[in-house]
Design a protein around this ligand. Structure first.
Ligand SMILES: Nc1nc2c(ncn2[C@@H]2O[C@H](COP(=O)(O)OP(=O)(O)OP(=O)(O)O)[C@@H](O)[C@H]2O)c(=O)[nH]1
Ligand SMILES: [Mg+2]
Length: 469
């Protein structure tokens, strides 16, 4: 998903949020990117539920309109007793809020730009506002927009209720140092059931900027005991990671290597010719792509290319796939994004690879969680997002793991570590399921093992162990 960022300053955002209860704003439409066109506005903002407009002018005003009703362009007058106009200035201490004159005036829902009567935006598909105080809403024009009707930017946000805290957590976590030690030991002692494989190979897949590289860095930091940044992270229009990386993790500096390899990939993108390609994903799954392979979105790795690893064994293939999703983006998934996930899931299912979902940035998504990470399974909002994600990706809720990655901290934090380690523990459990699925036939102490990739001939072992050579 390409990164379209809000033009609201922190101060402006705070003032705008003060007009509501406990809400989050999701940017749906930004005219400087999507065009000052009524059509573009309706394509992105229709049927989105409650929305708020933020129009900017050179005079330094941010002003607009809130409606609790859908835009739908069906040419009718919409009544809305919750609609209001507002204005924010640098100088003003708070936000000016104007309710409608009759207490129920909303907007005219046609194919034009948003028309609240007193304020009519994107007039004639131009960066302009028509101001007619008295039609539905009454205000002083110099207070509303400083008499400057030319727009420098125009944005529409979905307004999403955050809710409060649930009476009971939907998952139990022991927030103790003992539990952290226990998880670290379990992870260090992990041993795959198949003798020829010594490390679980877990692949992180997700859209640009969702937190894949940060997850590896966070796990690496926990086992190192201090902050690390081996994988490059950041925010950019295109994927910051453009190589395939298979990361080993050591316990302490130069210590024992964990029985886990975290594989970081380039991010997925909306356009077909950009970001990680489906063919490359399959090649990664099958173990054909080597560490540090430089992705080329225009052309997936060919069979005869130098980076292509022809001879692979079960230790080279991916044993567990983790879809990394930014919690803040869950309700903004487009049809295209969902289709892309469905295609990847179908292929992953065909190859019999277990799948989990890592829901990152829970701290950014919910202020109650930002305040205290232990609210993660109590936050109504995070619970709703987990349910929404599970439904839209078609993955059971039990496979959805909310985490907060390290992003700006200088020191480790117990609660952050506990969520991250719980996620890794679950990845190893799922990896076991992958290995267990290799066994299809047991008789008289003989264990027959197959692999979905036909990497080696099915073998028989008569020593009562599950082993493959
Ligand atoms: N607050 C917060 N920020 C996060 C979290 N995870 C990642 N970030 C930030 O999000 C941005 C993107 O993170 P990356 O780890 O680079 O994302 P990525 O999925 O590897 O992105 P690409 O390599 O570009 O595909 C960085 O600025 C991170 O610091 C999180 O859990 N909480
Ligand atoms: Mg990355």
């Amino acid at each position: 998903m390409s990164v379209v960022t809000s033009s609201l300053s922190t101060d402006q955002e705070e003032k705008l949020l003060s007009l509501f209860g406990h809400v989050r704003l999701h940017l749906l439409y930004k005219a400087s990117i999507h065009g000052y066109k009524a059509r573009g506005f309706h394509d992105r903002c229709n049927y989105q539920g409650p929305t708020v407009i933020a129009a900017y002018n050179k005079a330094g005003f941010v002003f607009g309109a809130y409606t609790s009703k859908d835009y739908s362009a069906i040419d009718c007058d919409v009544t809305d007793d919750k609609a209001f106009l507002y204005s924010i200035t640098e100088r003003g201490r708070g936000a000016l809020r104007i309710a409608s004159v009759d207490g129920e005036h909303g907007f005219k829902d046609g194919e034009t730009g948003p028309d609240f009567g007193a304020l009519y935006f994107l007039d004639d598909d131009k960066p302009k506002v028509l101001s007619s105080p008295g039609i539905g809403f009454m205000f002083n024009p110099s207070q509303m927009h400083g008499d400057d009707l030319d727009l420098t930017e125009f944005e529409v946000y979905r307004v999403e209720e955050l809710g409060g805290l649930l009476a009971k957590p939907w998952r139990n976590v022991k927030w103790t140092a003992e539990r952290k030690q226990q998880l670290m030991q379990t992870i260090q002692n992990y041993k795959p059931d198949i003798h020829s494989v010594s490390q679980a190979k877990v692949l992180l897949v997700g859209y640009v900027g969702f937190g894949k590289s940060s997850f590896f860095n966070s796990i690496n930091s926990i086992f190192r005991g201090n902050m690390t940044c081996q994988a490059i992270c950041g925010v950019a229009e295109k994927s910051v990671t453009n190589q395939f990386r298979t990361f080993n993790i050591k316990v302490g500096k130069g210590g024992k290597t964990l029985p886990l390899i975290l594989c970081d990939t380039m991010g997925l993108e909306q356009t077909a010719d950009a970001g990680l390609d489906m063919e490359d994903i399959v090649n990664i799954y099958k173990g054909h792509i080597q560490d540090r392979y430089q992705f080329n979105p225009a052309s997936p790795l060919q069979l005869d290319a130098p980076g292509y690893k022809k001879h692979v064994t079960l230790k080279d293939v991916i044993h567990c796939v983790v879809y990394v999703v930014d919690t803040c983006s869950v309700s903004l998934f487009t049809e295209k994004v969902l289709e892309r996930f469905a295609t990847i899931r179908k292929k992953t299912n065909q190859l019999g690879i277990p799948q989990l979902v890592l829901m990152t940035k829970v701290d950014k998504a919910c202020p109650l969680v930002a305040k205290d990470l232990r609210n993660v399974y109590l936050s109504d909002y995070i619970h709703k997002k987990a349910l929404e994600l599970s439904a839209s990706l078609g993955i059971p809720l039990s496979c959805v793991l909310p985490v907060k990655n390290y992003s700006h901290e200088l020191e480790l934090d117990l609660n952050t570590d506990l969520l991250l380690l719980t996620a890794v523990d679950q990845m190893l459990n799922y990896t076991d399921s992958f290995f267990e699925n290799q066994i299809i036939d047991e008789k008289e102490g003989l264990v027959r093992i197959i692999d979905p990739y036909n990497l080696s001939q099915p073998t028989f072992s008569n020593n009562n162990t599950r082993s493959i050579v």
